[in-house]
Structures are given as structure tokens and as C-alpha cells.
Design a protein around this ligand. Structure first.
Ligand SMILES: NC(=O)c1ccc[n+]([C@@H]2O[C@H](COP(=O)([O-])OP(=O)(O)OC[C@H]3O[C@@H](n4cnc5c(N)ncnc54)[C@H](OP(=O)(O)O)[C@@H]3O)[C@@H](O)[C@H]2O)c1
Length: 325
């Protein structure tokens, strides 16, 4: 079977797609025929050795996927051959097949396509954990989502709408803002405009924002923080802009607002049961139509190098997934 391999840290062009023996599931493991795998900004950092966790080499990129169960190992009772599943892996999802512990899998509802399911786990778990558990977002509150047309941003739009919030999407160009509106955002702002806070003031009036969801950082964070209402919550999700913002703490005092770190990966390592709780809620919302996941952009698995290049450059609109034919 084919798998994408990183032998040395470097740009996407240094990756290769190689042939290896098909894996065999061990006890409590499942062999999954991968139909599609999600691509995220983190994958682009991992292959360059630039992420906070540096994997041993050779490294096989790809950490979320959807597909069909092809074989089950001994002791697996909850999954059967033919089940549609999605899951997270430590690595190796940019492949034809993978083996995975059965407790890392979730059954896919009939109304969720393999493409959307492939890019679901990481971003939707982060959005629910971030908005509900860290941000205490309430129905009727107003949330600003930065980088709203990206993978993390588009899932946050869907989850915030499922929670009954009013969503303002910030993105850098007209195509991305249009996409954010199509994903369910109520309003959008152009945060490449130096006076974009004025657009926020026009939308929120004297009230201000209740929550900011920030996977971008850089020079976008402080204006967003300054636009919070008293009692607001600023959720630190990521730094796709590359620069870690330094917000003066007197602002938190004057705004009576909180800066809250959203580290879903760290929370998962400290409290492994959290994913089951998050996914149970998310899958129920998908089944009953409360959650309408944003459409994704699909490309063939063979396009892995260009896809990672576009992802790192912020050129992708929506969540990107790589599909096996
Ligand atoms: N905290 C967690 O648990 C968690 C979980 C998953 C991911 N993350 C983090 O979330 C961030 C976003 O990930 P993602 O997969 O959603 O990425 P993405 O799809 O590429 O979206 C990121 C967005 O950031 C904006 N951006 C601004 N400056 C950029 C730059 N210099 N390069 C690239 N993008 C830039 C772009 O939107 P505009 O063009 O509209 O500005 C882009 O659409 C990453 O930092 C990732 O590590 C955190």
C-alpha cells in the first residue's frame, strides 16, 4: 500500500509517497481502508520539524481520517467489517490503510460524507472544547472567529451556530469572507483593513464581543481583544500568522476580560476520556441536524505536496482533505 513519508524535516517537496506492506491489526486494533484524510496547518509544521512536538524520523504525516473497517483484531467488539468510521491517529493517515486502536474510532452518521468526516475530528473537537468548555459561550452571545475560512475557523463557525451564538467571521479576502458566510456566519469583517475594529463596532454597537476565537494571532489579536465586552473571553487557539501576540495585561484588567488558552491536544493527553464526551455530543448534533458541518475542499491523495504548500501559505478556503480514489 502507499503512504506519504517524511525522511528528513523540510518543505512539502521533500516528502515522498512510498510503497510498504499493508499493516495487520493487533489486539484491540482495527484495520481501516482510508477513504480520505484531513490536512491541517499543523501537518505543514510537523513535516518541517517546526511544531512544538518533533516526531522521530521517518515520520508518516496525517493524523485524522475517515474510511471503512476492513479487518478487526482480537478483542474488538464495537466495530465490524464494513462500518464507516472516522478517527485520529498519531501519524500515518496519508495512506491507503492504517491500523488504529479501536478506542480512537467513532462511527460516522449516515448524513456525514467521508470527505467531511475525514476533516472533522481535530477541528470540531477543538471548537466544542474551546467554545463551550473554555469560552463558556452561551446562546445569544456574539463570537468573533478569526481566520474564519480556514479549517479551524470554519468548524468554529458551525459549532458556534449549533450553540445558538451570533457569529462574526473575520477573513482576509472577499472569497474567504463569502465562504465564511456560506458556512453559516451571520456577518463578516475584512481584518486586512487597518480600521477593521470600526466594522466590529458597527456590528456590535456599544455591547462589544462576548467571545473571540483566535487561531491566527499576529497583529489581529490585540484589536480583537480590545473589542471585547466587559466579562468577555479571548480564546487563544493558534498562531497561523507566525507571530505570538503580546497583549498588555492592563487591557484584561480594564476590560474585566479573560484570556483563556485552548489546548485540546494537551487536554486530551491529561484527560483521554474527553474525546469520547466531545464526539458523543458532536455526532448527536450531526445526526439530529443541530450541527451542520462546513463543506470541505477535496483533492486527490497524490496532490499531498501542493496541498501542504497551499495550507502553509493560507491559500486554502475551508478544510482541506486528501482522498484515495
Ligand atoms: N489549540 C488547539 O487545540 C488547536 C487545534 C488545531 C489547530 N490549532 C491551530 O490553529 C491554527 C489554524 O489551523 P488551521 O488548520 O485552521 O489552518 P488554516 O486552515 O490554514 O487556517 C488558518 C488561517 O489563518 C490565516 N492566516 C493569517 N496569517 C497567515 C499566515 N501567515 N499563514 C497562513 N495562514 C495565515 C488565514 O486566514 P486569512 O487569510 O483570512 O487571514 C488562514 O485561513 C494553527 O496555528 C494550528 O496549529 C490549534
Amino acid at each position: 500500500m502507499k503512504i506519504v513519508c517524511c525522511r528528513t524535516f523540510g518543505p512539502p517537496q521533500t516528502l515522498e509517497r512510498i510503497e510498504i506492506d499493508a499493516p495487520v491489526p493487533g489486539p484491540d486494533e482495527v484495520l481501516v481502508e482510508v477513504h480520505a484524510a484531513g490536512v491541517g496547518f499543523v501537518d505543514g509544521l510537523m513535516i518541517q520539524g517546526l511544531y512544538q512536538v518533533k516526531p522521530p524520523l521517518p515520520y508518516y504525516p496525517g493524523s485524522e481520517f475517515a474510511g471503512v473497517v476492513a479487518q478487526v483484531g482480537s478483542g474488538v467488539a464495537d466495530f465490524h467489517v464494513g462500518d464507516r468510521v472516522l478517527g485520529i491517529a498519531n501519524n500515518g493517515a496519508f495512506a491507503d490503510q492504517l491500523t488504529i486502536a479501536s478506542d480512537k474510532l467513532v462511527k460516522v452518521p449516515n448524513n456525514l460524507s467521508a470527505q467531511v468526516a475525514a476533516g472533522f475530528f481535530i477541528n470540531y473537537a477543538t471548537a466544542l472544547y474551546g467554545l463551550r468548555d473554555c469560552g463558556k459561550l452561551q446562546a445569544g452571545e456574539t463570537v468573533l472567529i478569526l481566520g474564519a475560512a480556514g479549517g479551524v475557523g470554519s468548524s468554529a463557525i458551525s459549532v458556534a451556530k449549533a450553540m445558538g451564538a451570533i457569529v462574526i467571521a473575520a477573513a482576509s479576502n472577499a472569497e474567504k469572507r463569502q465562504a465564511a458566510l456560506s458556512f453559516g456566519a451571520d456577518y463578516c469583517v475584512d481584518y486586512s483593513d487597518p480600521n477593521w475594529r470600526q466594522a466590529l463596532k458597527t456590528l456590535t454597537g456599544k455591547q462589544g464581543l462576548d467571545v473571540v476565537y483566535d487561531p491566527v494571532g499576529g497583529d489581529k489579536a490585540e484589536p480583537a481583544f480590545r473589542s471585547l465586552a466587559p466579562g468577555g473571553r479571548f480564546l487563544v487557539v493558534g498562531f497561523a500568522a507566525g507571530e505570538i501576540p503580546r497583549i498588555p495585561l492592563n487591557l484584561a484588567l480594564l476590560k474585566r476580560s479573560a484570556i483563556v488558552g485552548v489546548d485540546w491536544g494537551g487536554e486530551m493527553r491529561a484527560n483521554p476520556a474527553i474525546n469520547q464526551t466531545l464526539m458523543t455530543t458532536l455526532m448527536q448534533w450531526v445526526r439530529d441536524g443541530t450541527l451542520k458541518p462546513a463543506p470541505v475542499q477535496s483533492r486527490p491523495m497524490s496532490d499531498y505536496q501542493q496541498s501542504l504548500t497551499d495550507q502553509l501559505a493560507g491559500r486554502v478556503v475551508g478544510k482541506l482533505v486528501l482522498t484515495n480514489a
